[in-house]
Design a protein around this ligand. Sequence first.
Ligand code: NAP
Length: 492
Amino acid sequence: MVLEYKLLIDGESKDSSTGETFDDINPATLENLATVQVAGKEDVDRAVESAEEGLRVWSEVPAPRRAEVLFRAARILQERKEDLAVLMTEEMGKVLPETRGDVQEAIDITNYAAGEGRRMFGETTTSELKDKFCMTMLRPIGVVGMITPWNFPIAIPSWKIMPALIAGNAIVFKPSSDTPLLAIKLVEILMEAGLPPGVVNIVPGPGGSVGKAIVQHPRIKAISFTGSLETGKWIMGECAKTIKRVSLELGGKNPVIVMDDADLELALEGVLWGAFGTTGQRCTATSRLILHEKIKDEFISRLLAKTKSLRVGNGLLPETDIGPVINKAQLEKIERYVRIGKEEGATLLCGGNAIDPGLPGYFFEPTIFTDVTPDMRIAQEEIFGPVLSIIMVSGLEEAIEVANNTRYGLSSAIYTESIGNAFRAIKKIEAGITYVNAPTIGAEVHLPFGGVKGTGNGFREAGTEAIKEFTEVKAVYVDYSGRLQKAQIDTE
Ligand code: NAP
């Protein structure tokens, strides 16, 4: 029997006002894992009320005590890591080693954020006046709306939820309709760990209705969004109307530069993992290989051989390298871009087709285009699938120019044995992340994560930056002189 999941409001499973449900489909087998109730606008109102009540309680809990809840949650996540990983592979398709990594990332950020509970540092400084003390302190923002995609169904919600919680906020959370179960499991674990009712509320359903109601809600003080550039632009515009803080983590068109002095075997492994890991469905996926022309013949022939040996199939099987893409619309989008690439004059080196590995789901061959020029659409637009475009260059300056020639700026990488090349690339590539001799994927939770240009609006997740995303800074002046002192006026 298929289980039905409801909304999570005020610490309880609640029926939605719409009476509608949607199916949670396994993209490999097309089995229905669960049905989930669709929240309506009035459910979002209920969730906000519940969060406001949760906020009153939670914001009064000292941060080191909040941390205890998070540490317990991290332990429970650890105990259930394998079950959650299997469920994740069933829900969104990526292979088991990667879904284990996704849960591990959630464990890591939960422990990390908990540690920040004893580091909610402000600053102290001198006053320009006598007998006066100055400091800053961090305060929670209030009720925060969170909207997340499906490709990291536990890690991305955790990057947002854990720092927001340690800072004392309450949350209304809309997960992707492709991965509601993992979101529900995560919040259930937080509640089992002792999170008071109402502090995190889940309202599942489509972005166009539920997401929109969250973004436009007058009593939600901030939005933390991860998803596509198009949705992010719309959200930013809406948030302007109510002067909401909005942090955006959007798409990428991430380049790997391989120089003629690179360790070729290392670079090959990195490009393969960066381009085809998570079936190319990472915001940090390597979608452009910027290759020095001197090594093109050898590099491309070795890359082709390795790509052809990748096995596409059910992510639960140990022999599978690449799982399915998330849904039919995404499969069709990839097919469309393959057609565009051919029409633009790029050469299809391998792949390019949907395949049937003996399952009815949405599988696509790892695909490589060569003869790609920097302005082609396949070199500019995010495809979000296992498609790599190879662009040839004759030197580092040109490579960096090509790397910077997109609207995105999330991750980037250079393979070179020259320290000069490495540091020139670090300095000049327009991106939030640059790897040297490592692929564009593989962020660690204690470093800031995010991008420039069309990838984001200046915020960073993870690391200590995450606390800034979810706090307001207050300046405090304590005058113990016993008389009225006037800043800028009492200058004698
Ligand atoms: P998406 O279509 O923008 O959806 C992301 C989330 O926004 C989903 O929960 C979606 O709901 C919701 N949504 C859609 N329209 C909305 C609206 N008008 N108002 C409010 N919410 C709305 O992106 P996606 O296809 O799920 O995810 C892939 C994208 O995410 C890629 O561009 C990828 O690069 C990006 N991404 C970025 C990062 C990063 O950290 N920079 C990390 C991972 C992914 P429903 O889908 O449920 O309708």
